[in-house]
Design a protein around this ligand. Structure first.
Ligand SMILES: Cc1cc2nc3c(=O)[nH]c(=O)nc-3n(C[C@H](O)[C@H](O)[C@H](O)COP(=O)(O)OP(=O)(O)OC[C@H]3O[C@@H](n4cnc5c(N)ncnc54)[C@H](O)[C@@H]3O)c2cc1C
Length: 398
């Protein structure tokens, strides 16, 4: 059993802890936040591949207990004309359906699952530096404490300190060119929306998406090409001011988007779409990055969390099946880098083209290319995520 220091108790870190524990290892999670609660409150969609990854470490039922199913997608143009109406993901398999949930809910469910399985999770532990020797790796925290292990998993997100240690002076996150707005509208549900349907709108000034929850609230997002929102601007701008900024961009279109925004109260948030340039270093002998720390994409494909969950399964399987930890980390990177690079590039392209969010690379081309995301799962991916299927390993010397 390897002692594994997991830095970051977000989606990637908790998922890795669950998968590594299942593989017979001893993970301990160290999370910077002093409590479980911090989140801006934005919602997200978890795709079928993310639900399949959760099944790899037996957490799909727990996650299916929060949020709601999303089973179909409509695409509208700026005139409100329907361009496509398609099923989304693995509709026939209830535990593998797309889900809409708040990011904080997913984090909380996974943290609860970590605790339920007896995996130590420490809050208030902010990593500041790492030391690695032939024998072990040690994480040092801001409160003066440290934790040693055989392996350190850097799951500390977009602004990863572990990544900074692995590659001092390496490229950090970049602005992807869009502001992303999220809101929960109390206006009457838009006419075309129904339970389980996500509507994507190719607006003239914004890519817009909305869903109606079973409780009748409209969850929406908008992606708008504009200069990044500065920290000060974010602090001093009230939701009503953002509404006033966004609504005129949507009003000329013949879609429900402007009314949805107008019907939103205080629950309106804005953030910048950021991504990490490809090609950064992912690992040393005893340190490996997963999730956004390794490969943050802008949110357009809606795949960041699912990619983090996939990472967790593949890393745990690699450590279970490879002849050495070094070979395991190499196998993990071999399997993950091409797929996450594709997701980052696809998301950047969608962001640049202002197309609506859609399916990720697991479902074939995104909707702006085909308007027909397949519901058929990719067999190779299913094998990769299936816990009982051995991970294909490179031949020695290959
Ligand atoms: C606005 C927005 C919308 C999104 N929508 C979607 C979506 O619809 N679907 C989807 O799949 N993905 C979406 N994503 C992406 C998704 O949220 C991320 O890809 C996912 O959260 C990555 O998980 P992570 O665990 O790698 O990083 P995070 O969730 O950021 O977790 C990192 C954790 O590490 C902790 N940490 C940071 N630094 C340290 C340190 N020094 N020491 C210890 N702990 C530390 C943090 O507190 C945090 O808990 C969205 C992202 C954004 C910003």
């Amino acid at each position: 059993m390897a002692r594994i220091v997991v830095v970051g108790g977000g989606i990637a870190g908790t998922a890795a802890a669950l998968a590594l524990h299942k593989a017979g290892h001893g993970p301990v999670v160290h999370e910077a936040h002093p409590d479980t609660g911090e989140d801006i409150g934005a919602f997200m969609t978890l795709a079928s591949n993310g639900m399949r990854a959760l099944a790899g470490f037996d957490a799909e039922r727990a996650v299916a207990g929060v949020g709601f199913d999303v089973t179909a997608m409509n695409v509208l143009d700026a005139r409100g004309a329907e361009l496509a109406s398609v099923p989304l993901g693995e509709v026939e398999r209830p535990l593998a359906r797309y889900r809409c949930l708040r990011r904080a809910e997913l984090g909380a469910v996974l943290q609860r699952e970590v605790r339920r399985r007896g995996i130590p999770l420490r809050h208030g532990a902010r990593l500041t530096s790492v030391t690695e020797t032939e024998e072990e790796v040690t994480a040092h925290f801001a409160d003066g404490s440290s934790a040693a292990g055989d392996l350190l998993v850097g799951a500390d997100g977009l602004h990863s300190a572990v990544r900074g240690w692995l590659e001092p002076g390496g490229a950090g996150p970049e602005y992807a060119g869009q502001r992303v707005f999220y809101g929960y509208s109390t206006a009457a549900a838009p006419p075309v929306a129904g339970p389980g349907l996500i509507t994507m709108v190719r607006g003239s000034e914004a890519a817009f998406g909305y869903l109606v929850s079973p409780a009748g609230r409209t969850f929406w997002f908008a992606r708008v090409a504009a200069p990044p929102v500065g920290t000060e601007e974010r602090v001093r701008t009230a939701p009503a001011q953002w509404r006033a900024w966004l609504e005129p961009l949507l009003r000329p279109d013949r879609t429900p988007c402007a009314d949805i925004v107008a019907g939103t109260g205080e629950e309106l948030m804005v953030t910048n779409a950021l991504h990490l340039p490809a090609g950064n270093r992912w690992r040393s002998r005893r340190v490996v990055l997963i999730g956004d720390a390794a490969h943050a994409a802008s949110p357009a494909t809606g795949q960041g969390a699912s990619m983090a969950l996939e990472d967790a399964v593949v890393l745990a399987k690699a450590l279970r099946d490879a002849p050495s930890a070094e070979a395991a980390l190499a196998a993990y990177e071999d399997h993950r880098r091409p797929r996450t690079d594709l997701n980052t590039a696809t998301s950047a392209r969608l962001t640049a083209s202002r197309a609506p969010a859609g399916s990720g690379p697991q479902d074939g081309p995104p909707p702006e290319d085909s308007a027909r995301p397949s519901t058929r799962p990719d067999e190779a991916l299913l094998r990769l995520l299936d816990w009982d299927t051995p991970l294909p390993l490179r031949e020695p010397g290959a």
